[in-house]
Design a protein around this ligand. Structure first.
Ligand code: PLP
Length: 377
């Protein structure tokens, strides 16, 4: 099946009409437990450890990302946490990007406080900085590219090559690019993580996460144990809804990306905008790497810095009528947010930074909305 196009896989992978009624849409198995036959479990035992809707979802996710196995969680954070649980140990050193989803930093600062995990932030835009930061006790390199919120781009193949020489696993948070634009397994990473809350879900109505492994093996088994025994699993309904959303994911992505590109180019020309962060712009410092490792587009996310500080930035966000001022991303509707406000503990984003999740509305309307919002600044 994996020879088929992503669009076909997104519709069909993981489910065939069930035999009893021939239901074309997968029934939702709203059960916590499964009957045994003469005391012996049949296919399934208990929904925390497995459920038909979750198996379908995991099958589809593994195929879409080009991995051997996917393990689904109740949120992106639960998925990331499972990787850390499975790979790290007291005394371990882990490298994370100096710009990345703030929740990852917060996990190490809050949840792992006292666990003797040494988390070091590195500007991974230069592979040599990653090389310099590696120590004998480095147990994991965590990449996120493009990064949240400054859309830094890291050379996945370059970092993976160095890591492989040292025997260090590399995990890549592929939430923003998704396999539609970026295929980390083909660039050498072993672990891909997703917040499926975002583009895979696509409608701002479902929270989820996944870890996908390039190969089946002991690492996958450890992450599977964190899933089943740790229990941070998605419900059968969440799995069903995500499976449904995935069918239209390959249709949505090119629209997100072309809308974002056009909007980035427009914003780049505006006197009130100090800086545009979008890897598709030739002026982006890592544009060449982005062009080499992303295919068919640069994704639907961009950030801007507004002249005049926080006040003007918030006013711009409020002036917009189609863009909703809210956190999160990857849904069909365009969102904008004053990022620093959402970053909780130790915020890093500049006061004048707005993060934009460009939806799939008509691009002319989105540009016109910015035109009127900028005119009223
Ligand atoms: N990774 C990235 C890149 C994100 O943008 C987010 C959330 O915004 C997460 C992980 C966390 O995902 P979740 O909110 O599903 O836990």
């Amino acid at each position: 099946m994996s020879d088929l196009h992503l669009s076909t896989l997104a519709v069909h992978a993981g489910y065939e009409p069930e035999k009893q009624f021939g239901s074309v849409s997968q029934p939702i198995m709203l059960t916590t437990t499964f009957e045994r036959e003469n005391g012996v479990p049949r296919e399934h035992i208990y929904t925390r450890t497995e459920n038909p809707n979750r198996i379908s979802l995991e099958t589809k996710l593994a195929i879409l990302e080009g991995g051997a196995e996917a393990i689904a969680f109740g949120s992106g954070q639960a998925a990331a946490y499972a990787v850390f649980q499975a790979v790290l140990e007291p005394g371990a050193h882990v490298l994370i990007p100096d710009d990345c989803y703030h929740g990852i930093r917060t996990l190490f600062a809050q949840v792992y406080q006292g666990w003797q995990i040494n988390c070091e932030e590195v500007d991974m835009s230069e592979v040599s900085k990653v090389v310099d930061a590696i120590r004998p006790e480095t147990k994991l390199i965590w990449i996120e590219t493009p990064t949240n919120p400054k859309l830094k781009i890291f050379d996945i193949a370059g970092i993976s090559k160095i890591a492989a020489q040292k025997g260090i696993p590399v995990a890549c948070d592929n939430t923003w690019a998704t396999p539609f634009f970026q295929r980390p397994f083909e660039l050498g990473v072993e672990i891909v993580m997703h917040s499926t809350t975002k583009y895979f879900g696509g409608h701002s109505d479902i929270l989820g996460g996944a870890v996908i492994l390039k190969e089946k093996g002991p690492l996958g088994a450890r992450i599977r144990a964190v899933q089943g025994t740790g229990g941070g699993v998605p419900s059968p309904f969440d799995c069903w809804l995500l499976n449904r959303s995935l069918a239209t994911y390959p249709l949505r992505m090119p629209v997100h990306s072309s809308n974002a590109f056009t909007l980035a180019q427009f914003l780049d020309q505006q006197a009130a905008i100090e800086r545009v962060y979008y890897p598709g712009l030739a002026t982006h410092p890592n544009h060449e790497i982005a062009k080499a490792q992303m295919r068919g587009g640069f994704g639907g996310m961009l950030s801007i810095e507004v002249k005049g500080g926080k006040e003007k930035a918030v006013q711009l966000a409020e002036n917009l009528q189609i863009f909703t001022h809210a956190t999160s991303l990857g849904g069909v509707e365009s969102l904008i947010e004053h990022r620093r406000t959402a970053e909780g503990l130790n915020p890093r984003s500049p006061e004048n930074l707005l993060r934009v999740s460009v939806g799939i509305e008509f691009i002319g309307d989105l540009v016109a909305d910015f035109e009127q919002a900028l005119a009223r600044l």
